[in-house]
Ligand binder design. Structure first.
Ligand code: PMP
Length: 357
């Protein structure tokens, strides 16, 4: 009965869905915040080589990747947990620290659906507090909603779907204001796209704040969404709990190799950041000129409110072979989220906007 009542995760529409339904040849997908440049050529080469090794099990817990990440981040390897996407780290956190029927988790409305979904699946109360006026991050109110049974407090920064980011001071203040035992999970899935970068440096943050968990992913800036690779940086005691409780081998052998290669390919990362930042400025300007209310973004997407009906806008885009995200699924039926594509995809999106608005 509980499973029948459960609302599963709804992924964005796929290229195949749109090709079939609308009969369009060229489909442009700007709905799932994927990398506009595709997969790094360095990673592709490594993946080809790894094909011959997949008869072997991977090393459990991806120790080589955890060590490489730790070195870059300036933390100990036992503070890094590599997962099947950061989704898996979120799931593990719930299963390890939140006690069903007793504990609660705090987040705010219009946020990433996994936090709510895991709460439901784990039988944990989910406290969803209102956002600030203008859909801002309700930093002050998060701490007030937490109590002695709060296991996790989620903050997405840069935030999905608004693109707004918290400051280092705000995060530190929130961490210190939480009751004893509550962990602050800062989901930085889009951290690479933010300015300034220093607030995402793990080592000083974790040294200063002992209840902090940072989540990162290879799905966005590193172009590996389909490999399913993410990681959490957290106090060593917590990381050891996660490693103890996890299902073996959830990160497969090619995924670990792809992650290691992606970290080395700095050219691909910097080109990604250039294309995304230029695209963000361009789309922000054009959408505002067309009368859209655009939220300033630190991520690889923009949230906006079109001057006319968002459902009509969304469907008009689909008919033109462009998939964006209608934020109805986030409880924001008047808003649209679009991620930055290549220059030519961005131009195609803007010309479709001009026709529709
Ligand atoms: N957190 C946020 C805020 C996200 O938007 C996403 C991707 N949709 C994730 C986590 C999950 O990322 P991953 O692909 O690493 O599981």
């Amino acid at each position: 009965k509980q499973i029948l009542d459960f609302k599963p995760y709804t992924p964005g529409l796929t290229l195949e869905d749109i090709r079939e339904e609308y009969g369009v040849e060229r489909v442009i997908k700007l709905a799932s915040n994927e990398n506009p440049l595709g997969v790094s050529p360095v990673v592709q080469k490594v993946l080809g080589q790894k094909a011959a090794e997949v008869f072997r099990y991977p090393q459990n817990h991806s120790p080589r990747l955890a060590a490489a990440l730790a070195e870059r981040l300036g933390v100990e390897p036992d503070m890094v947990v590599v997962g099947n996407g950061s989704d898996e780290i979120i799931d593990m956190l719930y299963r390890v620290v939140a006690e069903p029927g007793r504990d609660n988790v705090v987040c705010y409305e219009h946020s990433f659906s996994m936090y709510r979904m895991c709460a439901k699946l784990c039988g944990v109360e989910y406290r969803e507090i209102p956002r600030e006026h203008g859909l801002g991050l309700p930093m002050e109110h998060l701490a007030r909603a937490a109590d002695e049974h709060t296991a996790l407090v989620f903050l997405t920064s840069p935030d999905n779907p608004t693109g707004l980011a918290a400051t280092a001071d705000e995060i530190a203040k929130l961490s210190r204001a939480l009751p004893e035992g509550a962990l602050l999970v800062v989901d930085g899935a889009y951290a690479e796209f933010a300015e300034p970068q220093d607030i995402y440096e793990a080592a000083p943050r974790l040294a200063e704040l002992d209840n902090l968990v940072l989540l990162r992913t290879f799905s966005k800036a590193y172009g590996l969404a389909g490999m399913r690779l993410g990681y959490g940086i957290m106090p060593a005691w917590l990381a050891s709990y996660l490693r103890r409780a996890r299902i073996p081998f959830t990160v497969n052998l090619p995924a670990e190799a792809a992650g290691l290669a992606a970290l080395e390919d700095e050219v691909f990362l910097s080109e990604t950041l250039r294309v995304v930042c230029e695209g963000r400025d361009y789309l922000g300007r054009e959408l505002a000129a067309l009368g859209c209310e655009v939220t300033p973004s630190q991520a690889n997407f923009l949230m906006f409110r079109p001057p006319s009906d968002a459902t009509v806008f969304f469907e008009g885009m689909l008919r033109r072979g462009i998939i964006v995200r209608h934020l109805k699924s986030f409880g924001l039926p008047d808003h649209i989220r679009v991620n930055m594509g290549t220059e030519s995809e961005n131009r195609a999106f803007v010309s479709a906007c001009r026709e529709l608005l």
